[in-house]
Design a protein around this ligand. Structure first.
Ligand code: TXA
Ligand code: MG
Length: 326
């Protein structure tokens, strides 16, 4: 059985009502959606993604009021961020109510909530009388999908339906903010810049760093987004003394491209996240480029990191995780 790829929102809703999994577009990445209040349907998400252990899921709804109904004791900072940035690429981790099934939160007392900013996702969610749990629609450890075809390529044999909402505008997963002991803390850098969150709250926020052995939050393992080859990361591509033996290079802006054009470089294949140096464009292209690298079967790829500001911080985070070895 191969998944139907379609723009039919009613059909997607019918599948979700029947307890099926559906590939759902959002502005960040495509999600693997199921009825969040149906423990069997949500358990199926873990089976299809082949997650080795249960990792908590994000609950999606069409409005802040509807999604915040699954949380209690909401800190005022969270209310503020919800009002300012939803719908948008932001996930809030809050104390959960008893309505949320344990399988969704992997037994935690907190739940991750989000209102996605995508017209098809919002239209779909509005039709349903239940919330939707959706992790990124990729097998565990792989790059997140940013088109319906990416979902079909990896999960098309395992799910009946993919709602096609076009390529994802943001292209990076949502930024996750939690409030341990009431302190706003970034659990995952993503499609909303940390600077914008700090500006909104009027104070700096804590950053949770990744760890390869002891993740401080679930799903924070450093090795992730595996591109199937060795990635070498540099602040400046000129630092790579072995550039001649690489199969490909990933660049941002025109500096590296100019440098490489001035040296002999055999068959080096060049992928530029944004020749104009635009961080938003780079974010939207990142996963497609990592996917392309995987598909072409390169062995060694040299990557120039982006400036550590705005979305550049989240993109560098994904690149570092993609480069991490166990
Ligand atoms: O942009 C996104 O967030 C996409 C789209 C589909 O909405 N979803 C997504 O889901 O990236 P997923 O499952 O791939 O990543 C969710 C992350 C995981 O790392 C998980 O550990 C974390 O959110 N998470 C979920 N609930 C949590 C909780 N209660 N406390 C801490 N982290 C949590
Ligand atoms: Mg994911």
């Amino acid at each position: 059985m191969a998944a139907i790829i379609s723009t039919d929102i009613d059909a997607a809703a019918a599948h979700l009502r029947a307890g099926d999994l559906v590939g759902m577009p959002t502005e960040t990445v495509y999600g693997l959606a199921a009825n969040a209040l149906d423990p069997t349907a949500t358990a199926n998400i873990f089976a299809v993604k082949e997650r080795p252990a249960f990792d908590p899921l994000i609950i999606h709804q069409a409005s802040a009021a509807r999604v915040l109904a699954f949380a209690k004791n909401i800190p005022s900072a969270a209310t503020k961020l919800a009002a300012l940035f939803w719908p948008g690429p932001l996930t809030l981790v809050l104390e959960k109510t008893s309505v949320v099934p344990d399988i969704v939160t992997a037994g935690l007392t907190t739940v991750a909530l989000r209102v996605p900013q995508h017209p098809s996702a919002l239209a779909l969610l509005k039709q349903l009388d239940f919330p939707v749990a959706a992790p990124s629609a990729n097998p565990f450890g792989f790059v997140s999908p940013t088109t319906a075809q990416h979902v079909a390529d990896q999960l098309g044999e395992k799910i009946p339906f993919i709602l096609d909402g076009g390529p994802c505008r943001v292209g990076l997963e949502s930024t996750i903010v939690g409030f341990p002991s009431g302190t706003p803390t970034i659990y995952r850098k993503g499609g909303m810049a940390v600077e914008d969150i700090e500006l909104a709250l009027g104070c700096p926020v804590n950053l949770l760093e990744h760890s390869s052995s002891r993740p401080q939050a679930p799903g924070m393992l450093s090795q992730h987004y595996s591109p199937g080859c060795e990635l070498f990361l540099w602040d400046n591509i000129e630092q790579d003394a072995a550039i001649g033996q690489r199969d490909a290079v990933v660049l941002f802006g025109d500096r590296g491209a100019k440098y490489l054009s001035e040296r002999p470089r055999n068959s080096l294949s060049i992928h530029n996240l944004s020749p104009e140096g635009n961080l938003v464009e780079a974010a939207s292209r990142l996963f497609a480029v990592l996917r392309e690298i995987n598909k072409r079967g390169y062995r060694e790829v040299s990557v120039e990191l982006l400036p550590e500001r705005g979305l550049g911080r989240a993109i560098n985070d994904r690149l570092r995780r993609a480069a991490a070895r166990e």
